[in-house]
Write a protein that binds this ligand. Structure first.
Ligand code: SF4
Length: 392
């Protein structure tokens, strides 16, 4: 008889799911309530170095949108109709007091919508600081590196002005070490799924990683350790599915029903960019440096994942996507971007051209975070899966 998923794994997955979709960030607010020196710093997709917040006794909390769990009424008044959905949901959350008790907010420089959101947070007076987190687009250490370091120092100062917490090299190295463990464990899950994708669905992986964006890294590491241990048990059986990489969902998140529909249409999602911020730095950051802020800067300049948010001169995203397909032994790519997402949709033709040149099959569709109907997407993906199984 086929062995089932371990009971303990099911319990942990349920816990991750609850944490991941709590629009009130209950866990984070309780964490903060335990000491008057603790801070909550919310950040929008894609990436911020949470290590600097951890070292400053702050919890970096990923705000990934309201999904389909909130009706947007006020948010529509803040944005024109021809943009993506995420910023409307986030402003609705702010106006509905979901983000009360947050001390500050960071808005990465991914697109004009997020840039404008930082201004709106100032207007509606949420948090004690609101920073536009302007990624350097120059990767020369003395130019982009200097610029980035100044940005990090400004945010450290923002936090210091609230809780008086002075960051030492030891604090920062300890925080870097914890996030190194976190990144390694997340990659371990992807590596196990590369070999045994039937042991954990892509939806479950999604819940596990998203939970880590709203809880402290120590707790997430404990959960990940246990999950990795359980995934190493032998259970389940392979299905006749194709293996795909998802590209383009790095900011506004697809509804869970959409991810599930892709899986039900006969695809193992072997890799994706859903929670790219948690996997942004590839490999470890030096955790024994005399100048750990410099180590964080270096990691951004030399170890960043390919992303539509940063310039990629000399290291094309298209080549890196093809490498990922090959490394993961994938059969094809599903380009799955939020509707009106300029960064994802502008990159897409180039990435598709690279797939064509490398003989990698691909399809594409767009979504809103609150899309409710997946029938067409399931049919399209099912046809893609069948055509690969029959003819490739
Ligand atoms: S989904 Fe795309 S367009 Fe919308 S805020 Fe995110 S990056 Fe910008």
């Amino acid at each position: 008889m086929m062995k089932q998923q371990p009971e303990r794994l099911l319990t942990l997955l349920e816990e991750c799911k609850t944490l991941a979709f709590d629009l009130n960030f209950t866990y984070a607010k309780e964490w903060k309530s335990k000491s008057k020196y603790r801070l909550l710093v919310g950040y929008l997709p894609i990436y911020v170095p949470r290590e600097i917040m951890h070292a400053a006794n702050a919890l970096g909390v990923g705000i990934m949108g309201a999904g389909d769990r909130k009706q947007i009424i006020k948010g529509d008044a803040y944005y024109q109709s021809y943009i993506c959905h995420l910023p409307r949901g986030v402003i609705e959350m702010a106006l509905d007091n979901n983000l009360d008790n947050f001390d500050g907010f960071l808005f990465p420089s991914i697109c004009d919508c997020v840039r404008n959101l930082s201004g709106m947070f100032k207007l509606v007076k949420r948090g004690k600081f609101q920073r536009y987190f302007d990624y350097p687009q120059n990767f020369e250490k003395h130019i982009g590196g200097t610029f980035y370091r100044e940005l990090l120092e400004t945010i450290i100062k923002d936090m210091f002005q609230i809780n008086d917490m002075k960051i030492t090299a030891k604090h920062l190295n300890d925080s870097i070490a914890l996030y190194n463990i976190n990144r390694r464990l997340i990659e371990k899950i992807y590596d196990i799924r590369k070999e045994f994708p039937w042991r954990l669905s892509a939806v479950d992986v999604y819940h596990i990683i998203r939970a880590g964006m709203v809880i402290n890294v120590e707790k997430h590491n404990e959960m990940l350790e246990e999950i990795v241990g359980l995934l190493n048990e032998d259970y389940g059986e392979p299905m006749d599915n194709i293996r795909v990489v998802i590209s383009g969902s790095f900011c506004e998140q697809p509804p869970i029903g959409l991810i599930r529909s892709i899986e039900m249409a006969g695809c193992y999602i072997i890799d994706d960019d859903f929670m790219l911020g948690s996997r942004w730095i590839q490999g470890d950051i030096d955790d024994a440096s005399q100048d750990p802020l410099n180590a964080i800067v270096d990691a951004f300049l030399t170890q960043s994942a390919p992303s539509s948010a940063v310039y990629d001169y000399g290291n094309p995203k298209s080549a890196r996507l093809i490498k990922k397909v090959k490394d993961r032994n994938a059969d094809g790519v599903i380009f799955c971007a939020a509707s009106f997402c300029d960064p994802a949709l502008l990159d897409q033709p180039d990435l598709q051209k690279a797939c064509d040149a490398a003989g990698v099959a691909h399809i594409n569709f767009q979504f809103h975070e609150n899309t409710g109907q997946f029938k067409v997407i399931k049919e399209q993906t099912g046809t893609f899966s069948d055509s690969i199984k029959l003819w490739v």
